[in-house]
Structures are given as C-alpha cells and as structure tokens.
Design a protein around this ligand. Sequence first.
Ligand code: ATP
Length: 798
Amino acid sequence: KSFKQDAGKSTQQEPIKVAVMTSGGDSAGMNAAVRSAVKMAIYKGAHAYVIREGWEGLVRGNEAGSEEGQRTPTGYAKGNDVFIPTYGEGDLLREGVGEADEIGLKGRYIVRVGWDDVRGWMSEGGTLIGTARCAEFRERSGRLKAAKNLISCGINALVCCGGDGSLSGLDRLRQEWSSLVKELHDTNKITSKQAEKHSSLRVSGIVGSIDGDFSGTDLSLGFPTALTRIVEAIDSISSTASSHQRAFVVEVMGRASGALASSAAISVGADYVFVPERPPSVNWRDEMCDILRRQRIVGKRRTIVILAEGAIDSDLNPIKAEDVRLCLEKQLQVDARSTILGHVQRGGKPVAEDRILATLQGVEAVNAVMEATPETPSYVIGIRDDTIVRLPLIEAVKQTHQVSEHIQNKQFDKALALRDPEFIEGLSTFDLISHVDSTIKLPEKQQARIAILTVGAPAGGMNAAIRTAARYCQARGHTPLAVHNGFDGLVDGQIAPLSWIQVDNWAVRSGSELGTNRHLPDRNIQGVADAITKHKIQGLLLIGGFEAFLSAKILHEQSEKIKALQVPTVHIPATLSSNIPLTESIGFSTSLNEVVNAADTLKRSASASRNRVFFLSCQGGKEGRLAVFSALAAGAVIVYTPETGITLQQLDADAAWLRKRYQLDTKGKTEGRLVMVADKASDAFNLDALKSIFNEEGKSLWSTRGSELGHLCQGSNVSPIDRCRAARLARKACEFIEENVGKQNTMPAIVTINGTRLDIVTLDKLIEASDFANRRPKELTWLEYKELTELMAGKKLI
Ligand code: ATP
C-alpha cells in the first residue's frame, strides 16, 4: 500500500533527483518499470531522469553544455509544472536513441523526463532507454566516472533494473560511494559543496531477468513473457511433431537455471526435461530413451524434450540439443529435430503479469530510494507470496551466485535447495505426470476411484488440471473417472475412466474437455448420492468457480442425512473472475491476457484517432478484479467496478478530470485513452450509457467508442501461468483426497493458491470469508490497484 503513503515525499527545498536505468540483457516489462518509477518519482515531488544505455551511458554521461538547464523543455504545458513538465524526450527515446544526433540526444545519456515522456511505454518490449554490457563499469575508474556524472546532474537516487550482474554493479557503486566522492573532491573534479551534498547515494534495484534465477523473489521481470513466448513456440511445434510422429528437442534460455525449462515442460506437456540444478547421470541417453520409449508404446505420436541452455550431466559435461537429437534418432529410431529458441524468448510485448509486476516494483523501488537514509541497506525489490518486498541487495545477489557455485562443485542438492519450492515441486510433478511407469504406486487397498468434474463457466487451465489429476491418479494406482457435463452427467452416469494417453494434449486446451454447466447438485441430490454409490466413487474433485464452491457446500450440508455423500471432496478454484475467497484462481491469468491484448488494440486505435476515449467492458460478475488488473496492465485512465459502483457525482468528476487532461496534451499529440468497465459495475450506467454520457461531455476534446468483450474474456490461449498452477493445484487436491479416502465426514476443502503458496483450506473458512449475496470475498485486497491505476493515469495530480 506504500503508493498511498506520503512518506518519503520530496519535501526538501531542493527536490530529490531520481534516475532510472536498465542494464544487462533486456527483458519484457523493463519499460513498464521505467514508466512507473518515473511517474512515482514525479508524484512524490522528485525530478525524474532516465539513463540511456545502462552503465555504459552512466560512464559516458552528458557532454559539456548538454546538461539540463541548457535545454528548453519542449511541449511544456503552462499552468501545471508538476504534472506535465514534459521535456518532450519520450517520443525521441522511442524512435531509436542510437542515432540520436538529429533528435537532440547526442552526447546526452542522462536525460530529464516528464510525466508524458513515458506515455505508452507499458506495452513496449525490450527497453526504450537502451541497455548495454559495460566492461569499464566493472573497474573502479569506470565507476568513478559514473559517480562524477551523477553528481554533475545533481542526481542523488538511482533505480536500476537488471539481472544479478547489473545489480552487483549497483551494490558496488553504493558501497564505494564515499570513497568515490572523496577521490573526485581530492582531484578537484567536484566542488566541496557538491561533495557535501552528495555524501551518500540512494539506490534500489528491480530484478529484470528472463532466466528467473534471482534468489529471494518468486518472479523476476521478463520471466512470464519469456515463458509465454516459449510455450507459444512449443505449442506450434507440438502440432507438427504430432502430425509427423516426430521428436523435437527444444533448447530454452537458462545458463544456471532450469526455471524456464521446467515451467515450459509442465505447460506444454513435454516428455522429458534437462535442467542444470538436477543433472541426469552420465547414462542419461539410456535413461531418457527408456522413458520416451514407454510413452510411444502407449500411443504417443510425438516426443518433446526441453533442455535448458546450461544443461549438464552429473559430471558437468554439457548436454546440447544436437546430442539429444542424435541420441533420439539412433536409440529411439524416430525422426528427430532440434530447435534453439534463442532471442525470440527475450519476449517482445510484455504479458499482463510482467506489466503489473513492473508497475508495482517501479513504485516500490522509488519508495525505497525516497525513504532511504545513509544507514539503510540497499534494497532490491522482489515479490514473495504475492506481496512486493524489499530484499537486502547484497545477500540476494550473493545467494544467486551460490547456485552456480554449488553446481560447479557438483553439490546439486544444495543448488536445488536454494531454488524456490515451486521450482522443486514443479520438477517432481513433471516427473510424476510424464512417466508412464510409476514407481510410487500405493498398495491396492489404498487405491481409490476418484471422480473429476468441472462445474460452472469454463476457465483457462481446467483441462491442464484434469490432465495432472488423471496422471497423478494413475501414478498412484487410483482410477481417475471423468464425469462429463457436471452434476447432471454424474446423475446420468456419463462417467468413464481416463487413460494416460487420452489426456496427453489437454494441458494446452482451453475450455473444459469434460463439459461443464452451472447446475448445482441440489437439482437431484439423491441422484448424485446414488451415482456415487453405483460407481463406487471414493473421492470427488471439483474444478470450477463459485458454483464448484457452492456444490461442495451443498454436498457437505446434505451429507449428514445422506451418508453416500460423505466422500472426500476437494475444490480447485478455476474462474476468470477469481471471486473465490482466500485464493487466486486458475483461468484468471488467461483471461487477463486476453483482455489486455484487446485493450492494447483498442488503445492504439483510440490513439490513432488522436482524441478518442475507448470504453472496454469485461466479464467478472460482481467482482471487479479482472477489470482492475486489466486496467492496470493496459494503462487505462479510469476503471469502473461493481464494488465501488458508479455515481453521477463520480461521472461528473471523471469527465472534469478527462477535460483537464485533454487540455494538457501537447498540441497535435492528443492521446487516445482507455476506460475499463466491469460489465456488472452498474445497472443504470452500462456501457452504452457511459459511452453516451462521456461523448456528450467530450465536446470538441474527445469522442467515445465502446466494445464489449463478453465471453471472449475466457480466452483461447491458456496462459503458462494457469497451466503450471493447474498442475500444482491438481496434485495437491489429489493428495488431499488420497489422505482422506475412507474417512467419514471429512469436511470438503479447497486448494488455495496465493503467489507461489499452496494451502488446503476447509469449507467453513471459505464460507466465513464469503459475501454470498455478491458472490465474492468479503475482503477485497486488490481494490487498492484501482487507486494505483488512477495514480498512474495522473488522476491524483490534477
Ligand atoms: P542478464 O541476466 O541478462 O545476464 P545481468 O545484469 O546479469 O543481466 P551482466 O552482463 O552480468 O548482465 O551485467 C551487466 C553489466 O553490469 C555489466 O556489463 C557490467 O557493466 C555491470 N556489472 C556486472 N557485474 C558487475 C560487478 N561485479 N561489478 C561492477 N559492475 C558489474
């Protein structure tokens, strides 16, 4: 909630000057991080700067005469010097700063920016301010130049977004700062006044690295996008592989980290994976081919092997894609191809998760520097269990390096232990669901018949959950029973065992292969009980949203009277509205990305028409989470939700704000703007009404258009985040059933997921946390993002 605090506001007579930079390999989301850091700095009363070309730019600095003050701000909007002191560089930066000669950036690597200079940066891939590898900065002499350049521009706070190398550099700069200042002063490169004013440097880091190998944070910027690009590529490869019964070996990035490889393997339903933290033995060829051969025997038409770039065997011999391909051709006698995905993975347009993560981290990185004192440690901003956290920079960097050291020393267990639990759990789940022959079968007496059904509206990841549940059941000796068409199908006996091969391609599919509807079990509760008895069902796995939750509740309430209903029941939250209390839901990420893609398209259309305000409505029931997260990720200026409703007074204020905002646009560069509307935000002010009202209010400043996404929100490309989460949730759900088979009166449970944390929560806790009238949680922790969206739009400044 720190964006709400006034703590750390630049109240000094002389504003704090915050510079933002990107360094190391580019990653999707870097622009969104720069955007939010710049905006937050300005919001807090600081002056914002960007440093072009990473550490290289900082070492070069600005040529004499090109510093701020020598230049006249362009596009300066009179009467609002806080809000839009636009220096007009944003467009210049966008157009390709490498050839900056004609566009006024030659010889200037440290550039003052205003609010509107970072407009539209959210959806851009790579980094618009450039990045570079800089050998000189590794030397003290380079850092001395960097310090001199920062001091010359009066900059006293630095936010750096990059990988572990870049952040190591940041840490060294901070640690050496006093001695650098002393040397500059002793050699007359800076004045005594400057030395005194710059006696300390405030720094903070944002992890921007696609490998996902930075310690202490659950997610690093660029990882979700890189994973999405990998999964898109392998999904395409899978269909051709299947058509020709081929094997494909795909190498993905990750020198010392298998995070991308293992997440991709789970997401696409691959057949074998190599990661550096858990190398196979030197006999990997035989071991791999045994597993793949068995899969072919049960009917698999294609084989996908995923290999991290840094894959090795237990003797540290590198394993390359070509080695694997040759082995498959020779030992498995299949037509095998290899693909090295390479720079495609850097990502391009960031997915919604990267934009949101970047925005939150940019905000927090600025908060950290604004609040810093010479005594506070340097922080790197990360995310843990869905909460943005500040991690001590030195320790996090040290721990990150330790993984590589452990691998080099063949201490693989130690390397693995330093990875987050999600990674370790992901690998073991992958083994479990990809191997045909199980080594973990339970004794016959403990094997159970487990029915799997989807309830309510379809959501991305439902099929991935069914796939893992079915495979888990098979590995343990249980019988997974597919129930078609929800509780109606159960009553009608539309039940059949699922085979290993049947679910093979399900990880990638949207919708529900089993069929789903909103009917609850109380339509025919006795029929449900009879079906459970007739089919000897010993456990029920429900996958769905609020209907699945209500179904579990009904079954439990009726189970006192009807004993047959006393089978362990577990619910996996799957709904695009994510309206189940105490948890996030699978399906949300898929829908979020679908809505954000549509929003991007409309925003560009609105901007092309220069003065259009686009209203985009999305589903979500009485929960506005999808609308708010989409608004934050797409850079909408206003978002309407059912929780806050819409009043005349609010519409009046919003129209007045839009008017001011349009009047402040640089002449000839009026922007299109986006308003997100949750489709149940208001009965009276629906999409058409909003469109008409704002059209009327826009007069000569803007016109409005509207689009309703409706069921398109469900999305057709299941996001890798949903696929991976589905696998984890399904496994945990099956474990719950397994532990409770045969026990009477077990209270139904839900498997909750918050960030990377999974928990089993009993039905009573869920009931307690529910607002049944509105079908949403009582506590809405995410509502603060509505405020953040508006802050990023500038609503708090004019
Ligand atoms: P990626 O994850 O893409 O590799 P990275 O930030 O780790 O990103 P590096 O090439 O390791 O990328 O580092 C980027 C730059 O940071 C280097 O070119 C160098 O200028 C600086 N840097 C890296 N390590 C150090 C260090 N130990 N001391 C000072 N500067 C460093």
